[in-house]
Design a binder for this molecule. Structure first.
Ligand SMILES: [Zn+2]
Length: 281
């Protein structure tokens, strides 16, 4: 059996300032160590419970966050960006998926670094009429390959809102309770590691009882995106399948979630490109 893990940073414990999040950040080194210390016990627990291989998609920013010095041989790391299906690259031939360090969607109160894909470009994403977090978008891509998400660890608000609602069978491990966008409470790593290991065991028990379901976005998938600037909507509507609905809003339809996600990824990249061009003018 093969397990998949996707790693983000904003939902990791103790990660609370912008300096944690970027390659040049003042506390980036600390964030990388935290992410690695959260991830490796989960991978080890999976390996101890019958998974010969664990594919880990490093999925924050430039996607080179995890420290690679001491990766055990059963781990295969997906590193770097851009890449097809971004945060879930490599999920397609796994048996189960887990998301670690995940955060709440844009506009959530009391949630550190609440955003959806791009804090700069994206205000809201709606999939088939339902507002989506990164958890839901990524779970739907796994769902296209019939893979269930069986454990999510991260910000309490994401776990209590989206995960509980859409995947009630998934184990929820709280890594932080946020007091706002820039502050959170977390227990020490010893306790977190214990809860993660117990969470993996419980998640696998649920999986073995066939109680974990893949999340499927019913095709055709209808996507609505609200940008933070008309610059980004101007770029998005250049794609013929994209319909401009208003200054900030676009919509498009895709044949399945993987296709919808890839187009969304392209629109985010286009927004980053426009932003970079405008910064230099
Ligand atoms: Zn991130």
């Amino acid at each position: 059996m093969k397990a998949f893990i996707s790693i983000d940073l904003e939902g990791m414990p103790f990660v609370v300032i912008p300096g944690h999040l970027g390659l040049k950040g003042s506390l980036y080194k600390e964030a990388r160590e935290i992410a690695t210390n959260v991830t490796l016990p989960v991978a080890e627990e999976l390996h101890n419970n019958g998974f010969e291989e664990v594919v880990i998609a490093d999925s924050h920013g430039p996607m080179v966050n995890l420290l690679v010095d001491n990766l055990p041989e059963y781990i295969e790391l997906v590193r770097g960006y851009p890449r097809p299906v971004s945060m879930v690259a490599g999920v397609e031939d796994c048996d189960v998926a887990m998301f670690l360090g995940y955060h709440a969607r844009a506009g959530t109160a009391y949630a550190t670094f609440d955003h959806t894909y791009s804090g700069r470009a994206i205000h809201r994403v709606i999939v088939n009429g339902e507002e989506a977090s990164e958890f839901l978008l990524n779970a739907y891509v796994a769902g296209d390959s019939k893979i269930p998400v069986i454990l999510v660890a991260g910000d309490l608000r994401l776990l209590e809102d989206d995960v509980r609602q859409h995947a009630p069978w998934a184990e929820r491990v709280v890594l932080k309770k946020s007091l706002g966008r820039g502050a959170a409470r977390s227990y020490g790593m010893g306790r977190i590691e214990k809860e993660l290991r117990n969470g993996v065991k419980q998640a696998l028990a649920t999986f073995k009882q066939n109680k974990a379901k893949p999340l499927i976005a019913k095709p055709p998938v209808e996507m609505q995106v609200t940008f933070n600037s008309t610059y980004f909507a101007d770029a998005a509507e250049l794609l013929p399948i994209v319909k401009r609905v208003s200054g900030l809003d676009i919509e498009y339809t895709a044949k399945n979630m993987v296709e919808a996600y890839k187009i969304f990824e392209l629109l985010s990249l286009a927004a980053s490109g426009v932003w970079a061009i405008k910064q230099n003018q």
